[in-house]
Every structure is written in structure tokens, then in C-alpha cells.
Design a binder for this molecule. Structure first.
Ligand code: PGA
Ligand code: ZN
Length: 429
């Protein structure tokens, strides 16, 4: 007989920005349990599931006592007795119980923590690691290729520079541990370069250096020098990835650049970014245009060199319908997959499947507000998602995920292998 849900416990805990967040623990009748924690974005897309926050004076209105009580009340009452392996049924019940289009009533934070906790509980009940349980509906992949932040900007660093994430991808690494080794080299080199130049200001929300630069190009040049100083060949071994997060500084086809306050239009921004793609070994660029600028996003995608993947984050918000729509426009060719943007694992899976059906790539991603939760690493492996984006190579909420990958490398049939180059848009270049 299948194991069933005995109880659902909501708990108020704290995230990496020192803000309250929701943890959910699900216990089964047979004595298994699973636990998961909701992350939180800062540069969120308007199409995302809405977290339930209390408002008021405490913690700048960001407390989650209401969301926790929805777990300990309505959600617990609704889920008691469900078969623990019925992820689809539970996720549907959660969406129906919430009853809003954007999960605002019970809270996207309450729902995603519950949905992920269920997967953990089902895996524990079956005596399986989470990645293996998830692989029941998919072919488990090799370890995903890391996309790791070196410098942080944008909304995560008080808009010192426009671009939110200056990242590296170890495109030439023979395996997952080596990709981390090379990234550690670049991170260290970047720190030395910044300190020497007197430009080191601290770290941004995801742990990347927060440099006192006067332009985006200065940051790109610093990243290039760090790659060169690390001894890994720029482009062939270590490539650059950018998250422009353009929705944070543009609306209605107008973009305001942080340092000089200059306004440019969609074509001006595209031209500037295409110039960077021509001058630097960039293989991935995320949200180059704002979420309300899909036509310009499509023109940019068509104009970008074939070696570059164009990633939609705020544009598609892990939403199957939005991914399908953007694919039909040609806006982007890769979906960022963030489970809390949509609110349940089942809908996250639907977004991933839609991306695949449209011939898009996929990157499973953490948020800027994170915790020790490592569910997304298991999603990456269990669902065969070829890339993983977690922030920088420092701070334990980030390292918990990179380190979990090292543990999973001991369990998966492919060991520490990374996806074939053909799994990426830059595979043929
Ligand atoms: P967020 O940023 O978690 O603050 O939304 C991450 C991203 O834009 O990719
Ligand atoms: Zn993004």
C-alpha cells in the first residue's frame, strides 16, 4: 500500500539576506519525512507567482507569518491523507486551493516549499535520493554545467553597474569537479585584481565581488583579466555569461543606464550588447531586453552570434504558456528554470518540457535570496537539465548547492561527467 501524508508543518526561518522565509516539512504515515525551503528573488519578473508577505512595519513588510499559517492551516487540512507519491495530484490541489492566477492568496512561497517538501518526502518514503525519485519521470542527466557569478551588479549591488551578473562557464572543463576548480581560480584572480586596483567594495547579494567600477565595460575587462590570470584559456576553456536583467532598468522600450543616467532605446541597448558579444568570449546572455520588450528580444536573438545562448528569465518566468509564446516569437532560445517563479514542481516540469519541445535549452536556477536548500541540484540531475546557475563561488547558501553536485557525482551512473557539448547552444561553434 502506498504511503500517505500524515501532516504538513510550516516553519518560519531565515534566508541569506536575513529575511524571513517559509520552510515546510511533510511527514508520512510510514514515518518518512521531507523538508524544503522557499527562496526569494529581488529582481523578479512581473509574471512570477507572488510570495505572501505580511506587510506592515516589521522586517520592511517582508515577514511570512501569514504564509506559514496558510501551511499550518488550509494546506495541512487539504493534503492530509494524499498518497505521498502523487506529486501531480497534490500540486493540482494546491493550485486549486489557492484559487488565484498568481498564487497570491496562500503565497507562492508557501506553495513551492510544500510542493518541494512533498518530493523530498516521497523520495524518503521510497528510500531513494531525491534526484533518483525525480528521474522516475525523466532520464537522469549528467551533472549540470555550472554558470557561476564572479562580479555582481544591478539590483543586487545598489545599481553600481547596470549588468546584474558577470559570470563564467567552464565550457572546456572535462568534468564537474574541474569546472568548480577552474571557477575557484578565476574567482580568486578577480579578487586580487580588484584589491590591487583599489576597486573592491564588498560582495553583492549572490556573493560575487561588488566592484567600484564606473562602467559595465570596466567590469567585463576585469573579468577577462581574471580569466587570463587564472591560466584558463578565455573562450575555449572559460567563457563569459551575462545576466543583463534589463527589466530592472527599462520599460516601454526605454532603458536608463545607471552611471550616466543616459536613456537609450531598445535598439541602442541591443547594439551595445551585440558589441560586447563581438569583443568578449560571451556564450550566454540573459534578459538582454526587458520583459515587456519581446519583439526587440526576438530581434536581438536573431542578431546574436550562433555561439550565444539567449536566456529568458523575467521574460518567461518558468511559465509553460509564456515559454511557448516567446518561442513562437523567436524571443530567446533558452529558459531559466526557477521553481518558485511558478509555484509548484509540476508546473516547473511543464515549463521544462515546453522549453524542450520548442527546441530551447534550459538552465535550472537559484534565487538571489537563498538558503541551505539543495532541491534545485537534484532537479538538475533528476530531470536532466544541462546547466545550473546558483550565484557566486562563496557564501554557504551557494556552496551548499555546488557541493551537493560533488556528492551526486558519486551516485549518478554518469559519475562526474558533464553534458555533451551538443546539449548547449555553443556546442557547434
Ligand atoms: P533574483 O535574481 O533571484 O533576484 O530574481 C536572479 C536572476 O535574475 O537570475
Ligand atoms: Zn535573471
Amino acid at each position: 500500500m502506498s504511503d500517505t501524508i500524515e501532516t504538513v508543518i510550516g516553519r518560519r526561518i531565515w534566508d541569506s539576506r536575513g529575511r524571513p522565509t517559509v520552510e515546510v516539512e511533510i511527514r508520512t504515515v510510514a514515518g518518512a519525512s521531507g523538508r524544503a525551503i522557499a527562496p526569494a528573488g529581488a529582481s523578479t519578473g512581473s509574471g512570477e507567482a507572488l510570495d505572501r508577505r505580511d506587510g506592515g512595519a516589521a522586517f520592511a513588510g517582508l515577514d511570512v507569518r501569514g504564509a506559514v499559517s496558510s501551511v499550518n492551516g488550509e494546506i495541512r487540512d487539504a493534503l492530509r491523507g494524499y498518497p505521498v507519491e502523487d506529486q501531480l495530484g497534490v500540486d493540482r490541489a494546491l493550485v486549486e486551493l489557492d484559487g488565484t492566477g498568481n498564487k497570491a492568496r496562500l503565497g507562492g512561497n508557501a506553495l513551492i516549499a510544500t510542493s518541494m517538501a512533498l518530493a523530498h518526502a516521497a523520495a524518503a518514503s521510497a528510500g531513494l535520493p531525491l534526484w533518483r525519485h525525480l528521474a522516475a519521470t525523466a532520464k537522469p542527466g549528467p551533472l549540470p554545467l555550472p554558470e557561476i557569478q564572479i562580479l555582481g551588479g544591478g539590483a543586487h549591488a545598489a545599481r553600481r553597474v547596470d549588468v546584474q551578473d558577470f559570470m563564467v562557464i567552464a565550457v572546456g572543463a572535462p568534468d564537474y569537479p574541474t569546472a568548480l576548480d577552474w571557477t575557484a581560480d578565476v574567482y580568486r584572480a578577480a579578487g586580487l585584481i580588484l584589491a590591487d586596483a583599489g576597486k573592491l567594495q564588498g560582495v553583492a547579494d549572490e556573493g560575487g565581488y561588488w566592484p567600484a567600477f564606473d562602467s559595465n565595460e570596466e567590469a567585463l575587462d576585469c573579468l577577462m583579466r581574471a580569466i587570463e590570470a587564472s591560466g584558463h584559456a578565455p573562450g575555449d576553456e572559460m567563457a563569459i555569461a551575462l545576466d543583463i536583467a534589463a527589466s530592472d532598468f527599462g520599460r516601454g522600450g526605454r532603458y536608463t543606464l545607471a552611471r550616466d543616467g543616459r536613456e537609450i532605446d531598445s535598439d541602442g541597448l541591443s547594439e551595445m550588447l551585440l558589441g560586447w558579444l563581438a569583443r568578449y568570449p560571451v556564450v550566454s546572455i540573459e534578459d538582454p531586453l526587458a520583459e515587456d520588450d519581446a519583439d526587440a528580444f526576438a530581434r536581438f536573438t536573431a542578431a546574436a552570434p550562433p555561439r550565444v545562448q539567449v536566456v529568458g528569465d523575467d521574460l518567461v518566468t518558468t511559465n509553460a504558456a509564456r515559454i511557448a509564446h516567446c518561442a513562437s516569437l523567436g524571443a530567446g532560445n533558452t529558459a531559466l528554470i526557477k521553481p518558485n517563479q511558478i509555484g509548484t514542481l509540476t508546473e516547473t516540469w511543464e515549463a521544462l518540457e515546453t522549453a524542450r519541445a520548442k527546441g530551447w535549452g534550459a538552465i535550472v536556477s537559484a534565487r538571489s535570496g537563498e538558503t541551505e536548500d539543495v532541491t534545485i541540484v537534484h532537479l538538475g540531475v533528476g530531470w536532466g537539465i544541462p546547466q545550473l546557475k546558483v550565484g557566486s563561488f562563496t557564501r554557504s547558501e551557494r556552496m551548499a548547492k555546488w557541493n551537493e553536485g560533488l556528492r551526486l557525482a558519486e551516485q549518478v551512473p554518469t559519475g562526474d561527467a558533464l553534458p555533451e557539448r551538443s546539449a548547449f547552444a555553443w556546442g557547434d561553434s
